[in-house]
Design a protein around this ligand. Structure first.
Ligand code: SAM
Length: 284
């Protein structure tokens, strides 16, 4: 009779606070035969905390291809194996995709155990729309590539998530400011679930000015959540604003809006609303 294959469990582990691990994850780690871990020391610390004694085999980006073959062999012999990364959810900017694809190709069952993920935790606390988003991993380390990536994302309407490092955050903010403009809303989520956790929401411009001369206030692990592109339909080009300003000094607001709409081929209502808003603001 053909031997039953084992299962590959994708186990999420804490991203800081060691309590952020599920009962199911701990029970699974106790029951399986091996753990394929990105970082031996990190995983051992976790196992020691929860009194789990299990053999750990190394699985990181430099041996992923080679060790995939070994793990597939073990799974085919009926062994149950858990894949864990350094922190958070395996394969989210961590190794594992290749192994998982091989499991599917070999009809080996892959079972995800949901848990901590820095990107999703940051998004959930960001105050930026989370119904549609794209995850972009790390921005390139070289300036030219970084700016190119940002340029491509300038008109992305969904919320954008980046992982970021503390030594590059100021440069990235400078590039984001240049490519996306000063008013883009951004949440900087730092050291999530840890002692120095900080989640701040502001414009790119304000963050850039805050951090440009102070690297100390942005230490640790970082996730950037950037609001998507919004076409500002109501913004009136400067040329039209000049016409409005000249006509307004000699005509009523209604006539100003009407004549300007004819000159610039723009809806009268938009101009009238702008003039009323401006008049009310000027009063304040
Ligand atoms: N697989 C992980 C996950 O599920 O979030 C991500 C691994 S990726 C190699 C590591 C990056 O995730 C860090 O450089 C940082 O950008 C982000 N990150 C991880 N832990 C974090 C935390 N506690 N607070 C903020 N960002 C964190």
């Amino acid at each position: 009779m053909k031997k039953k294959y084992g299962n590959l469990f994708i186990v999420a582990t804490p991203i800081g606070n060691m309590d952020d691990i599920t009962y199911r994850a701990l029970n699974t780690l106790k029951k399986i035969d091996y753990i394929a871990a990105e970082n031996y020391k990190h995983t051992l610390k976790l196992l020691n905390k929860y009194n789990i004694n299990k053999s750990i085999t190394s699985f990181h980006q430099h041996n992923e291809l080679k060790n995939t073959k070994k793990i597939i062999k073990k799974l085919k012999k009926g062994k149950n194996i858990a894949l864990v990364s350094d922190a958070g959810t395996p394969t989210i900017n961590d190794p594992g995709f290749y192994l998982i694809r091989e499991c599917h190709l070999n009809k080996i069952k892959v079972i995800p155990l949901p848990g901590a993920c820095a990107a999703i935790s940051a998004l959930s606390a960001s105050g930026i729309p989370s119904n549609k988003f794209c995850f972009e991993g790390f921005l390139p380390s070289k300036k030219i590539k970084r700016c190119k990536t940002l340029k491509k994302l300038k008109f992305e309407k969904r919320t954008i998530i980046f992982y970021e490092t503390s030594h590059r955050i100021q440069k990235s903010l400078k590039n984001i400011l240049k490519e996306f403009g000063p008013n883009r809303k951004i949440t900087i989520a730092r050291e999530i679930t840890k002692y120095w956790e900080s989640i701040k929401y502001n414009t790119v411009y304000n963050f850039f000015n805050k951090y440009k001369n102070n690297s100390l206030i942005c230490k640790g692990e970082i996730v950037l959540i950037i609001s998507g592109y919004k076409k500002n339909k109501k913004s009136i080009p400067i040329k039209i604003k000049k016409t409005l300003s000249i006509l307004k000094s000699i005509l009523s607001l209604k006539k100003t809006a009407l004549i300007t709409s004819k000159i610039h081929n723009i809806k009268k209502n938009i101009l009238y609303k702008y003039l009323i808003k401006k008049k009310n603001n000027d009063k304040i």
